[in-house]
Design a protein around this ligand. Structure first.
Ligand code: NAD
Length: 385
């Protein structure tokens, strides 16, 4: 038999490592997104969820019971968990405002971290997280599962193929006509940032990852909250009336920005949780040889909004080429996110979604907030790390 045929039946080095040891996982924050983490971990044969922590008494216990997580220990917060457990890795599934303190504490305790998006709230926090990561030598990956989608990957492949030539302008963003999530997403004390952190970070990642994450230099940003703070556009949920949700709304529900990147690239960006419009537009990437149109997309779900189109001149004729929608094979995006993190833990890296890239994503979000507060363009200052 040829080597090619034989190698199909030979376990890879990764598989040997994967099955030689069970990774001891702790989950910090047992709210909504922790459900997807737990479901994925429970599908992985080489993982044990051994500990869960939540600030709300009884929440972690109820979560474990709901998911049939047996033998796990429960803690009142991340500090108690990290002090008592010898964990290999944690999923940080807390709201944005505690991302930094939980991941820094885990890294300082010598534990690998899968940190939910957005990385955190401010650039200062992102810098502190990366300093802790570097000092610890542990894996830190940020939870951007749309990157695992085949069509999203195609955007990067098109740019890297040089089909567009030198990229000089990007229009991106997206959002909803009505789609304010409420819960812990709408208060500054828990979320820190609104639509910007919830879905804006995905829009930025979709295009910045495609072009290799050039450093952001300056930004003019603007944010508003006309819908979230208006009882007429709010709604009641299990815990709050519409009026209460409007009163506690203290983050952005719309943001727009003009961002200058290293290499002379401009990003024109807007993101919406609510507005009087169906979509703020398609994503377009203009290059000197061709341009790419990505139909307006719920990119946070890891989908492009329809077949992408490449516009170029062929022998002097203006031509359009449709890129067909490609199927993303099983497993789903969330399982891929979890598996790629576990593989990095088991093989010593690299992190599938590295913090060094997402630092620039966070720097832009932070810059938009600070520019909006200042009412003018600001320089984005990122310390050397
Ligand atoms: N990747 C995705 O597709 C996706 C989807 C939704 C949310 N998210 C992200 O996940 C994060 C959580 O969102 P959510 O909807 O699950 O929020 P949530 O409010 O439902 O859950 C967060 C939980 O964290 C707990 N918590 C906060 N600080 C803690 C600490 N120090 N120790 C222990 N527990 C702590 C809270 O008590 C709460 O129960 C957010 O950052 C959000 O942006 C990601």
């Amino acid at each position: 038999m040829s080597d090619v045929v034989l190698s199909q039946f030979t376990p890879t080095r990764r598989e040997e490592r994967v099955y030689s040891k069970k990774v001891k996982i702790g989950i910090i924050g047992t709210g909504w997104i922790a459900e997807s983490h737990a479901e994925s971990y429970l599908r992985m044969p080489d993982v044990d969820i051994v500990a869960l922590a939540d600030l709300i008494p009884g929440k972690a216990e109820a979560f474990a019971e709901r998911y049939g997580i047996e033998g796990a220990r429960f803690y009142k917060d991340h500090t108690a968990m990290l002090a008592a457990e010898g964990l290999d890795a944690v999923s940080v599934c807390t709201y944005n405002a505690t991302h930094a303190e939980c991941s820094i504490a885990a890294l300082n305790a010598g534990v690998h971290v899968l940190l939910e998006k957005p990385m955190c709230v401010t650039i200062e926090e992102a810098v502190d997280i990366i300093r802790a990561e570097k000092a610890s030598g542990k894996i830190l990956s940020i939870g951007f599962q749309p990157r695992m989608d085949t069509n999203m990957q195609m955007i990067k492949k098109i740019v890297e193929s040089d089909a567009l030539g030198e990229v000089y302008y990007i229009q991106t963003g997206g959002g909803r006509r009505r789609g304010i999530p409420n819960s812990t997403f709408i208060e500054k004390k828990t979320a820190g940032i609104g639509a910007l952190g919830d879905i804006g970070c995905y829009s930025l990642d979709m295009v910045l990852n495609a072009i290799g994450y050039p450093k952001p230099l300056s930004v003019t940003g603007w944010t508003s909250a006309f819908f979230g703070t208006n009882e007429a556009y709010q709604y009641a949920d299990a815990e709050h009336s519409a009026a209460e949700n409007a009163a506690r709304f203290s983050v952005d529900d719309f943001a727009a920005a003009f961002i200058r990147l290293e290499g002379g690239i401009i990003v024109d960006f807007r993101i919406s949780w609510a507005m009087h419009l169906d979509t703020p537009g398609d994503t377009v990437i203009l290059g000197k040889k061709a341009a790419l149109r990505i139909p307006s997309t719920d990119c946070w779900n890891g989908t492009v909004g329809g077949p992408m189109k490449l516009y170029t001149d062929v022998a002097g004729v203006q031509t359009e080429v449709e890129i067909p929608i490609l199927e993303t094979p099983e497993p789903g995006l969330f399982d891929r996110k979890i598996r790629s993190f576990l593989d990095a833990v088991l093989t010593g890296g690299p992190a599938p979604v590295p913090s060094g890239q997402i630092l620039y994503n966070q720097a832009i979000i932070d810059g938009i907030v600070k520019s909006a507060q200042a009412g003018r363009e600001i320089t984005i200052a990122i310390p050397e790390l």
